[in-house]
Design a protein around this ligand. Sequence first.
Ligand SMILES: [Zn+2]
Length: 511
Amino acid sequence: MMRIAGFVVLVACGPHPVDPPVPVNAASDRLVIAHTNDLHAHFAPNAAPWIAGEPEVGGFAEIAGHVEQLHRRWGGDNVLVLDGGDIMTGTPLMEFEVRGVRGGAMLDFMEEAGMDAWVLGNHEFDIGYDHVSALVTASRIPVLSANLDAVDGSGVPGIAGVQDHSIFERAGLRIGVFGLTTDSLARLTGTDATNLMQVRSVEEVAKEQVAILEPQVDLVVALTHMGLSVDQRVAEAVDGIDLIVGGHSHTSLTEPVRVNDTWIVQAGSYGRQLGVADMRVVDGQIVDFKAQLIDLIPGTVEPPEASATLMKTWSERLDALFAESISVVPQAFSERSKQAETSLGRWAADMVRGAAACDIGIYNPGGIRSGLAEGPVNREDLYRVFPFANDVVQFEASGDDLLGLAIKNAGADLNGGHPVMQLSGMVVEWTVVSGAPSIVSVTVGGQPLEPQQVYTVATNSYVADRWRYNLGFEPAQLKTAGITVFEAAVDRAKAGPIKAPSDRRMKRIDR
Ligand SMILES: [Zn+2]
């Protein structure tokens, strides 16, 4: 596909040449900013739970098709395309190296779709500092983040090649786009990265960036990966940001949010929606702002051939990867229950405990979506068991906290109405006294539970995020282990046969 003077020339493929489409509004004074965020290595359509029937929507053929349509409608010189970060972690695309870096295929997709810049999200740091450095080097479009500095306090970027901001010319305007990465990065990454950088406060850095950019540009845009509530906080605290294009909270903002003079937009997750904001800018102020989220339903636009081919190629590669046998199940896991301990629940709890090397593993039975049949196992089988893009996380808990969980679990077993958390490394013996659950003993690693001792616990991010319901106590020192549940399950499956652990961890001793 050729781009001439900012709009796209369609190459005719039928017997009669077709005239290139006439741009409807090529000389428009409207600026159009299209955006995605939290792609998490999703390059192909995936389920949209907010649409009846949960159809599969999105993918880069659709993103590229809609961007091309925007170019045709408004003129390529009027369109800026941004991504709000967390391009990494979430599908087996991460198992492949492209441009010398794992997950590098995402850069191919983003650049082919016409993206102009992206901001570093927390999941870019999942593999480690060297990986994110290589990713930045490999990106041909600007990678932004103004608040990650070198540890020496010199103010130079914490990662070579990352830019504080980039200035674009579109619709006859100068647009300054600066990046912000969540300042909770240390809690959100399990790797060495935050020891090798200084993560500065987003408010402080936003003020500095506005001061630098305002004299040079017509419009100041913050491209952020810190979540909607922090976007709102920054908009409240910092004057002069015209627009925040956000990410991290996976929020589908069907209506843009306005805080003082700042507009905030965000486009859900996994490339299922494209945010399109269009505006006029008069004397450095946004007027006539319109923002919409387009559900990327396949077939609504003609996808550009290059993007469609890239998506097809990778879909086929992943299908082959999914179909490859990686382990074996000697005996089927068929029991399913939320109200009792199951052998697959024990395996899942063992799996997260092993992945994070903790004393204890905890897994919610609702997070186990299928059994496993006897025989060879491939990634697709495991994906059906663990389909959620949750991370393995780790935290600290006292013996008292864990005793509380043991009581909660025994109550769930006895009375129902609440899932029984699946355990690893921790064994609870309990009985019933006067109709109520009573704990007889709790051991961790074979030793009696000490109320004041601190234990390390691994679980998935869903359980930790909803700790009130799932655990009954707040996890201390919570951080990610830098691996998704699915990836951890694949690693464990590859290490040997998937055998049902036979040792019970919740033992009612009066029956
Ligand atoms: Zn994030």
